[in-house]
Write a protein that binds this ligand. Sequence first.
Ligand code: FEO
Length: 400
Amino acid sequence: MHAINDKVFITSVLNPNMRVFDVVMCTEYGTSYNSYVVVGSDKTALIDANHATFSHEWLEKVDEALGGGKPDYLVLNHTEPDHSGCVAACLKRYPELEVVCSAAAAINIKHITNLPELEPRVVKDGESIDLGGLTLQFVSAPFLHWPDTMFTWIPEQKLLFSCDFLGAHFCEPRLFDHKIVFARDYTTAFKEYYDAIMAPFGPWVAKGLDKLEALDPEVVAPSHGPILTKRGRLATGIEHYRAWSAVPAADTPRKISLFYCSAYGNTQKLAAAIATGIRKALPEARVCAHDLVDADMAHLGAELNSSDAFLLGSPTLNRDAVPPIWNLVAEIDAVNIAKRPVAFFGSYGWSGEALPALSERLATLKAAVYEPQFRVRFVPSENELDAAEEFGAEFARSLE
Ligand code: FEO
């Protein structure tokens, strides 16, 4: 049985074959669903549960860690079903178990377990439970990455259970940061996890880091990926989160990105002309055009979400925008897109429905949809390319 020390056992389940998480996130390196058993001299607590698919395997590990004993508490740091899917099975096995969680999590877990009579023990920031020689202290950490999230801290061991914070969808069997074999892959997975899960909540990440650093942990045990230690990668992980969540300085040049697909090079010509117009109108801006074909969609999604303004270019196919553009739209951070300026352009052959369809979708997301859209029929003429350049300049001027 793996353990962090002689009182904290690791009951994580490895899922090396997972390639997609939450339907949309590609996970090239699999994942681990981490959970722990903390054994005090009087009481025993489970820290987080597991994905419903792995109920049986997880409960076997819990049984082994308990060595025939029964747990007193199940602490839920967060109720997303990858950590709560087998709570109902756990309560069936251990009916005396007391569920401990935040107020928001208490509502969720009733609906996840379909146990309306379940009455979790709701804990607030700073509250604690004495296990005998070990204390579980709860630290509110909302929006990291759900409203219900909290951390659990064991002061006697300087050990923090950080939920998804500082986690990664990464799966190696030796569980600790200083034992990682494929370090470069872990670094990639750590960044991808941040971009997909934490990036929409930058200000909350900064607050979470403040709380974490005030505790000065020796060990941070997240709910996915390797356990981080002071002698390993903890400081680097914190440093990265600080940098990625930092608010750009006021004098940082604006980033304006164009994303397009082009079947016959026509929408691509428009993208180039529009980019030229933007650069002429806003010479200090960082302007970059991205062709979506064969691109890494997660990377482009991060580019879009970090842009101050952006443009989407699509031909019309089957009375719609083309699938790669919609795939990119699916990467948009809906939490932070409100009021972000967006414009649309593209070449079309028959009826040109792509741009209105995109505009309608982005309006639903509450982006600041720029009008008019810029479209040409088939191949842009020299005059139309000049007009595209002027369109780019107009859009850029609208940002001032
Ligand atoms: Fe790993 Fe947000 O659950």
